[in-house]
Design a protein around this ligand. Sequence first.
Ligand code: PEP
Ligand code: MN
Length: 457
Amino acid sequence: MPNPPRTLQSVNLPSEWTPSSWRAYPALQLPQYPDAEALEEALVELRTLPPLVTSWEILSLKEQIAEAQDGKRFLLQGGDCAETFASCSSGVISNRLKVLLQMSLVLVHGLRKPVVRVGRFAGQYAKPRSSDTETIDGVTLPSYRGDLVNAPAFTAEARVPDPRRMIKGHARSAMTMNFVRSLIDGGFADLHHPEYWNLSWVGHSPLADEYRRMVNGIGDAVRFMETLSGAQVHNLNRVDFYTSHEALLLPYEESQTRQVPRHWGWFNLSTHFPWIGMRTAAVDGAHVEYFRGIRNPIAIKVGPTVTPDQLLRVIDVLNPEDEPGRLTFIHRMGATQIEEKLPPLLEAVRRDGRRVLWVCDPMHGNTESTSNGYKTRRFRNIRSELEQSLDLHAAAGTRLGGVHLELTGEDVTECLGGARELTESDLERAYHSTVDPRLNYEQALEVAMLIVRKQEQ
Ligand code: PEP
Ligand code: MN
């Protein structure tokens, strides 16, 4: 049965929602396109292009998130801070997938529950910035806002918002999605062949050794079961993989918002699981208005300035009917603030009996700059936020149901510490991110292992 359209008497918002009703609300972090005609032309084209995902997939992810809310699954969401058009290549995409598959195997094995796998990719091209402009050597230019908007080079020309970039971004997202789907359909995620997920550039590494020991153990168990039953264990050759991105650039998101014949309502068909970033999370802002009308499962970042009352209002607006799987809160407080800021929020939501999935992003509250000018994060702070998070949920009687990470399968040195104890001088060696520092392979595996160890305690 389709859900009837609902009204929102409890909050002061008009009940009339359309894919463009956000335009009447304050919209932060959107570029000013200099050429209105070129913008409209691009949007007309985008509205006619086929969608990147289907409503069936979106609704099955919603069911998986509902199961995670009930403690039956754990959500792993990860990928680049910002994808770039230049990094839409076979190696980058498959290496990132390999890391996520390895992490999810560690989590499934250690937590003894299925993992909801969500990539931060196939559309993660628009970035919020803390400042509208950037000044270098006395020259001030508009900030880089992600490849969907402008280019990172520090020239006036590169920084002009270009609406044609949305069309290119849509195409790159489709190529990424197509490659990921083909890999998975072709058997890349087959548990009989975990060797497919080895990264060629990883040499000797204690963590990779620990991972391989675990994989060999699983392989033995699978072969044992198959010998016993005389048949292949089903479902080991396939996994579900979903996509997500920050749905920041609302004109683009609006153009991908469609009704589908077999399901009631509107879906954002550019991704399965869009989220609202911390800087655009105001309950009376344009982003919340856009999100309240789409049927996708949605997430919203929750930073240290959010009050319990604000959070409950966000739930009123985004999930007034307490629909299972609908709403995920991704908290990102920072290692020094989480102990003070998180418990009142957990308590308010628990006391009110609201259904949400709590996910920890231990990256964004722990960003700092080094003396040699790099934006970085210390592994020990990431680890500390995650560990505190698990403890605080346990103490509050709530459940940490997932983790949201910035990571890559490339050999980078962007975050400090971890198994190889990267130092500030290592950052120069392989710092490639255009925006935020990502976990490398070993740091990412270490996060998965520490979640498991902590839950086993
Ligand atoms: C991000 O996820 O890249 C991001 C900008 O996060 P936040 O909105 O939490 O700052
Ligand atoms: Mn980021």
